[in-house]
Design a protein around this ligand. Structure first.
Ligand code: ZN
Length: 75
């Protein structure tokens, strides 16, 4: 089985053939998000995008936390 690192989440789309797109969903295992596709014998491992690209990103899924995520950084 080969291992492929991806930055997509929570589902990985990949092709098994020219007209055969397959979607697998990541599952948390041992502190990492992984998805195994038996169809092409591949394990997908999620890797976060580089931190510099997600600076100040606020997830809409998280509750509104009062903190210092944004405040003060621009001064
Ligand atoms: Zn596959």
């Amino acid at each position: 089985m080969r291992t492929v690192y991806v930055s997509e989440y929570p589902a990985i789309q990949h092709a098994h053939g020219p007209s055969d797109m397959v979607t697998v969903r990541l599952k948390r295992q041992g502190g990492e998000w992984r998805a195994i596709c038996a169809g092409c014998d591949t394990e997908f491992v999620y890797r976060k995008p580089q931190k510099s690209t997600v600076r100040h990103f606020q997830s809409p899924l998280l509750p509104n936390v009062k903190g210092n995520f944004d405040a003060g950084d621009d001064h």
